[in-house]
Design a protein. Structure first.
Length: 250
């Protein structure tokens, strides 16, 4: 079968793709299984998409793995997700190294169970010199939490005389965000058809192109990624300008 990859314009790839990996529970339910079965089957999608992005040469992939609000789920599901994170890190470290993937996180990771924190720190340290793509996991993350944390830190710095309030602009503010140094995502993918942002990267997605697919996350594969990128490449990103300004008739 022909792959959509052949239709991708390699000169117009996003540098940063963000994904709201949603639909694991519904995927499991459709199969008459427990929700955790969906989460376990989500690992293959993560592997496939990471590999796909790496092969295309996309530098940053940010995956929404666990939101601040997800702490309100049943304890058994949270425990299962945290255990899955640890076992996946241990299992996949070799592949991350082979593919030169550098692991990073955003979010309040100090809220994660100690075993999770330990293994994350270990995997981040192991992969710190890798020169390929950056795999950024959003864990215990929410956009509002991130913005408030940035505002807090900025207020401290103003109080300490490190910055003047009048100097605060977009680029100063961005330095205080968890994603400091990472370009805003050009493309945000959400699986499972929900038409919402669910408190993800609120600041960073100001001008991001959205791609929402009914495919449930455990079913998402490279070919779906290619479709999302292809869709992104069909769009005209105007950033407030007119189409005529972008395409002047010569
Ligand atoms: C996404 O799948 C994974 C996490 C939020 C951790 P869900 O668990 O939200 O699956 P649905 O939305 O209930 O199908
Ligand atoms: C968003 O999915 C969070 C992650 C994918 C980690 P949710 O399933 O938690 O989102 P809502 O609650 O349906 O908006
Ligand atoms: Mg969900």
């Amino acid at each position: 079968m022909a792959s959509l990859k052949e239709h991708i314009d390699f000169s117009n790839l996003p540098k940063h793709i963000a994904v709201i990996m949603d639909g694991n529970g519904r995927w499991a339910k459709k199969k008459g299984a427990m929700r955790i079965f969906g989460h376990r089957n989500a690992v293959q999608a993560v592997k496939d998409v990471t590999e796909g992005c790496g092969e295309l040469g996309i530098k940053y992939l940010t995956l929404y793995a666990f939101s601040t609000e997800n702490w309100n789920r049943p304890k058994a599901e949270i425990d299962g997700l945290m255990e899955l994170l640890v076992s996946t890190l241990k299992q996949e470290i070799g592949t991350l190294m082979e593919n030169q993937v550098k692991l990073a996180t955003i979010g309040e990771t100090s809220n994660l169970p100690p075993d999770c924190q330990k293994n994350l720190a270990w995997a981040i340290d192991q992969t710190k010199n890798n020169s390929g793509m950056i795999l950024n996991l959003a864990l215990s993350y929410s956009g509002r939490w991130e913005i408030l944390k940035a505002v807090n830190k900025m207020a401290e710095d103003v109080k300490a005389g490190k910055i003047n309030p009048g100097e605060i602009n977009e680029s100063v503010f961005e330095n205080y965000l968890q994603t400091s140094g990472i370009p805003d995502p050009e493309l945000l993918i959400r699986t499972s058809g929900e038409l919402r942002i669910s408190n993800f990267l609120l600041w960073q997605i100001a001008y991001t192109e959205l791609y929402i697919t009914p495919t449930l996350w455990p079913d998402f594969r490279k070919e779906h990624l290619y479709e999302a990128i292809w869709s992104y490449q069909q769009r005209e990103r105007r950033f407030g300008k007119t189409s005529e300004q972008l395409n002047p008739v010569s």
